[in-house]
Write a protein that binds this ligand. Structure first.
Ligand SMILES: Cc1cc2nc3c(=O)[nH]c(=O)nc-3n(C[C@H](O)[C@H](O)[C@H](O)COP(=O)(O)OP(=O)(O)OC[C@H]3O[C@@H](n4cnc5c(N)ncnc54)[C@H](O)[C@@H]3O)c2cc1C
Ligand SMILES: Cc1ncc(C[n+]2csc(CCOP(=O)(O)OP(=O)(O)O)c2C)c(N)n1
Length: 590
């Protein structure tokens, strides 16, 4: 069937299951916007800066498990998008980003709004393509979605010259994608899984350290089964929050620089550490030569280049977390049937008792203030009022850490934060993407202020979380808005904002109102079962300062065992970008 390249793009997106496209129009991609005007089945959401399109696609992808899609024009739009691509790359989020490009005959001529898009995005995408021939549109888009979603997920970029979009072509749609140079491993090596099972059963002080890969692979059920079967405590990275319910007695909450005292102590003193879809980031390890100095380390990761990149591991298992955990549970059961060393059993009881003591002596806490409403308290209240069920999105900064520490996460895929790149301005557009994917869910964007102000102005979006008196709960208010699509000679629909009058009155600020005194210690409404809100000196927040002097010194004092050698990362250990990184021109299957 012949149709314009622009229409082929939309047909392919629909076949890939895209129902929402985040974008901002411009000359080079107007043919797609024109085709979108009467195209059924894809909803377009207009953003006000291109990075926001990428972040919105990230939010959509992280919370649905599907690939997010965004579309921006050439030159400055593509360069604006780069921050979001790098953000998705660092956090392993699957998105496909389309950019416009000048017509093929002008490429390399310094044409108006030309940029070397594939050159620029080479280092911040898992793969990228320049489509020079319309018959390649279908195969390339198919490959782009396949690469983004499989193996270690990540962003893929497709550059679309305007003439390719305007001309008519035959739609080519390969039923299967087969890439010779790209075959991720999903099943772990049985021998290594057996070794890991033996270690787990005999360990005296084991800890499970779980990260974002557990979320990407939807492995929470398998993780819970393994933890309960073996009674091994679980700590989560910033990117792994939600993989394991925080209210579970085996939960150690978050670890690392801003993590809990008990998680960091448990990891430091562990004798077997099992990393599940986590990448030993420096916010977690601190000084690598003093990280978990006495532990034998098992590392489950789908990306072989992640293994022994920062920390030398003893039992590497390359594979998908979910499949490997499933196999590990079976192997542990088998091992337990054969032999449960009673010494390890006794030691394990003491280990859990030691952790309980650390938890009791050093819970997360903050100094209570009768005058000021502390942000930590606000997060606790949001957590209580939403019962850990809301979708929580953050900006970057101190509020991000408070959200991570004080929200009691129960479920996977309900938390979006910029972990690896730490991109301020991520919160609001990502929350938009999440809201577009889950219109019936409560979406809360917790933000600091810096970039939020700009984003609120740009998006003219009004987000007003309010804490209300008992019974009313927390509400996120958002103006319903319609998206403008301006295509070719067609007049745009314009963007309408209900509530504009209220916005003029209120200025659109974000505010949290806490009923006077409600829930405070000694006041009506105070619930003594809630976590202690920290009398002065009681509890401690394990933040940079504390880690640097007290916790860190204690950890070092303990560290009498052999030092872990810092792994110097040779270039070859860096994430392989699809082998030879066939950037563009030809779809990979050829
Ligand atoms: C201000 C600030 C402070 C921070 N402080 C902390 C802190 O105190 N503690 C903390 O933990 N983080 C902190 N971070 C976040 C930190 O920078 C890292 O982003 C985070 O620690 C990485 O999490 P992760 O190890 O789970 O890896 P991710 O980045 O989530 O990577 C996932 C890993 O899993 C693998 N993987 C992906 N899919 C699969 C699959 N299907 N099967 C198997 N493996 C898979 C990937 O190859 C990768 O190795 C902070 C960030 C900011 C901005
Ligand atoms: C795009 C970008 N610019 C700068 C920074 C460095 N940075 C990290 S946190 C921060 C301050 C954040 O302030 P705010 O948004 O008010 O949040 P708070 O820390 O006060 O909660 C800055 C400037 C960043 N992470 N991202």
């Amino acid at each position: 069937m012949r149709m314009s390249g622009a229409r082929i793009v939309l047909e392919c997106l629909k076949r890939e299951g895209v129902d929402v496209l985040f974008g901002l129009p411009g000359g080079a991609v107007l043919p797609i916007y024109d085709a979108l005007y009467d195209f059924q089945g894809i909803r377009h959401i207009l953003v006000r800066q291109e990075a926001a399109a990428g972040h919105a696609a990230e939010g959509y992808a992280r919370t649905t498990g599907k690939v997010g899609a965004c579309l921006v024009t050439s030159g400055p739009a593509a360069t604006n998008l780069v921050t979001a691509l790098q953000d998705a790359y660092m956090d392993s989020i699957p998105i496909v980003a389309f950019t416009g490009q000048v017509p093929t005959h002008l490429i390399g001529n310094d044409a108006f709004q030309e940029a070397d898009n594939v050159g620029i995005t080479r280092s911040c995408t898992k793969h990228n393509f320049l489509v020079k021939d319309g018959k390649d549109l279908g195969p390339i888009i198919r490959e782009a979605f396949h690469i983004a979603a499989t193996g270690r997920p990540g962003p893929v970029h497709v550059d679309l010259p305007k003439d390719v979009l305007v001309k008519e072509w035959e739609l080519v749609w390969p039923e299967k994608v087969q890439l010779r140079s790209y075959n991720p491993t999903y099943d772990g090596h049985p021998g290594q899984i057996k070794r890991a099972a033996k270690l787990l059963v005999r360990a005296r002080k084991p800890v499970l350290y779980v990260g974002g890969g557990t979320i990407s692979s939807d492995a929470s059920a398998e993780l819970l089964e393994l933890a309960e079967l073996t009674q091994i405590p679980v700590t989560q990275t910033l990117m792994g929050l939600g993989a394991f319910p925080m209210e579970h007695p085996l939960s150690l909450d978050m670890l690392g620089m801003h993590g809990s005292y008990y998680a960091n102590m448990a990891v430091h003193h562990s004798d077997v550490l099992v990393a599940v879809g986590a990448r030993f980031d420096d916010r977690v390890t601190g000084r690598v030569d003093a990280f978990a100095p006495n532990a034998e380390i098992v590392h489950i990761d789908i990306d072989p280049s992640s293994i022994s990149k920062n920390i030398q591991v003893h039992v590497p298992i390359v594979g998908d977390c979910r499949r490997v955990l499933r196999a590990l549970v079976d192997a542990v059961r088998e091992e337990m049937r054969n032999d449960t060393p009673s010494l390890a059993h006794e030691a394990r009881k003491q280990w859990l008792a030691q952790i309980a003591e650390w938890k009791a002596r050093h819970p997360l806490g903050y100094a209570w203030d009768d005058e000021l409403i502390k942000p930590q308290y606000v997060m606790q209240e949001i957590s209580n009022l939403t019962r850990g069920e809301a979708m929580i999105i953050t900006g970057v900064g101190q509020h991000q850490m408070w959200a991570a520490q004080y929200y009691r996460f129960k479920h996977p895929r309900r938390w979006c934060t910029s972990g690896g790149l730490g991109t301020m301005g991520y919160g609001l557009p990502t929350a938009m993407g999440v809201a577009a994917a889950h219109p019936d869910r409560l979406v809360v964007n917790v933000d600091g202020g810096h970039h939020l102000q700009g984003a609120v102005l740009r998006h003219r979006l009004r987000a007003e979380p309010r804490l209300r008196q008992a019974g009313r709960g927390l509400r996120l208010r958002r103006d319903p808005r319609e998206q403008a699509v301006r295509g070719g000679a067609r007049a745009g629909e314009g963007v309408r904002h209900a509530g504009a009058r209220r916005r003029r009155r209120g200025g659109g600020q974000v505010g949290v109102r806490v009923p006077d005194g409600a829930g405070r210690r000694g006041q009506p409404g105070h619930d003594p079962r809630k976590p202690d809100r920290g009398r002065e000196g009681q509890g401690r927040e394990v933040a940079d300062g504390v880690l640097d002097d007290q916790w860190w010194r204690a950890a070092k004092a303990h560290d009498r065992g052999p030092r872990r050698e810092q792994v110097r990362r040779p270039l070859a250990r860096r994430r392989p970008l699809l082998g030879a990184r066939l950037q563009h021109r030809e779809p990979l299957g050829r």
